[in-house]
Design a protein around this ligand. Structure first.
Ligand code: GMT
Length: 378
């Protein structure tokens, strides 16, 4: 198949999933065309059937807000026509699904019927999409897509609850490449972080409000009163300076390391004992799956799609959002006993295998084929 992929090219979960999907499809012999405003962060290897088309936006002085959606739609028309794509797969509803709709209508004037699949990732529905500024556009472009997928059952329910959806929605979960996300022996690094064999807790995110990064530090504060431990904070974003300030106020800044954005997250996860994800909104929780693949159990909130990933008592524990006490108690339970910690680590890894890319990729391939066949019938 010749597949066009539109996504945010940043480190965010939706961009990571879209890029890894494209790379996986190209490795299986499909021709994959990324259409984005920058080279996707994870598009870090070369394959002859992998292409990147940059959307350039006019900087004409009249535009206080450069019209990205129009530029993207024009680029989609161009790429679909000249590369003769079979299908467009857009990740994140705003503005990708509406730009794809516009491109689809324009392409009809050239006698081309391009099927469009939209994948909803989370904040495009749960936070941004529900905003009345975007709601009519989100509803319309979901209903006008030829296929719609969500990354969890929970996100599907939320989409159906908050929008007037007439399309059927297929759930295809996030996935993981176990060749990359695998526990690597990094004893020298572990020794440098935790010289006295302290337990290592870790959090990775974009430090947005929904990630509850202050709760991460509060949970760690409680854990470290019982268990000698260190905390690694990976990533960067709006909340970072508040979190640093909080760790100073709590007197634990010597035990908390802020590592900023990191490419090789798997190296850091490999030396970690426990992953903290107390988010107030999380449609799937890809970062938690990455941790589990590296044999790191997860203490998380029970929000969104997290109960579909984190099995309480097996791969970690779930608590209500903001219940720091419960999260700290569960963390201590896992960390205080070496044998128990090992059992959780092994179970986290075993569970992550269910989301291995080779299990999920065929679901997308089948979905594309079905969508193409259905759109030919119209
Ligand atoms: O988590 C973020 O802030 C990034 C966000 C995105 O859209 O890039 O991630 C969302 O999509 C990921 C991939 O499908 C999911 O694993 C994340 O759970 C989801 N984030 C939220 O729902 C907050």
């Amino acid at each position: 198949m010749k597949i066009g992929i539109v996504c945010y090219p940043t480190f965010g979960g939706s961009g990571v999933v879209a890029t890894e999907l494209g790379k996986g499809l190209a490795s299986k012999g499909h021709e994959v065309h990324f259409i984005t405003y920058n080279k996707p962060a994870r598009l870090d290897f070369f394959l002859e059937n992998l292409y990147y088309h940059e959307v350039s936006i006019s900087q004409y002085p009249l535009f206080d807000f450069p019209p990205y959606e129009s530029a993207l739609a024009s680029k989609l028309v161009d790429v679909v026509r000249f590369e003769e794509l079979d299908i467009l797969h857009v990740h994140y509803a705003i503005p990708h699904a509406s730009a794809a709709y516009l491109a689809k209508q324009i392409l009809k004037t050239y006698g081309i019927n391009i099927p469009v699949v939209t994948t909803l990732h989370g904040t495009d529905i749960t936070l941004v999409g529900k905003d009345k500024t975007f709601k009519p556009v989100v509803t319309f472009s979901i209903n006008e897509s030829d296929g719609v997928t969500t990354v969890s059952e929970n996100l599907k329910s939320q989409t159906l609850e908050f929008f007037d959806i007439t399309r059927e929605i297929q759930v295809i979960p996030n996935f993981i490449d176990l060749n990359r996300f695998v526990n690597k022996n990094r004893l020298h690094f572990k020794k440098a972080i935790a010289p006295d064999d302290e337990r290592i807790l870790v959090h990775t995110s974009n430090f947005r409000k929904v990630k509850n990064t202050q709760d991460v530090v509060r949970i760690f504060h409680k854990v470290s009163q019982t268990i000698p431990s260190k905390l690694l904070m990976v990533g960067d974003g709006p909340e970072r300076s508040n979190v640093e300030e909080l760790s100073r106020q709590l007197g634990i800044s010597n035990s908390v390391r802020f590592l900023g954005k990191q490419d090789a997250v798997e190296e850091i996860l490999s030396v970690s004992d426990l992953f903290l994800m107390p988010s107030s909104s999380e449609s799937f929780g890809l970062a938690a799956l990455e941790a589990m693949a590296c044999r790191v159990p997860v203490i998380s909130s029970n929000i969104g799609g997290l109960p579909e990933l984190n099995v309480p008592g097996v791969t970690g524990f779930l608590s209500d959002v903001d219940d720091i006490e419960d999260m700290a108690k569960n963390a201590i339970y896992i960390l205080e006993d070496c044998e128990r910690l090992e059992t959780f680590k092994q179970a986290a890894y075993e569970h992550a295998k269910k989301f291995e890319i080779s299990q999920i990729l065929p679901q997308y391939e089948e979905y594309y084929q079905r969508t193409i066949d259905n759109s030919k019938k119209l």
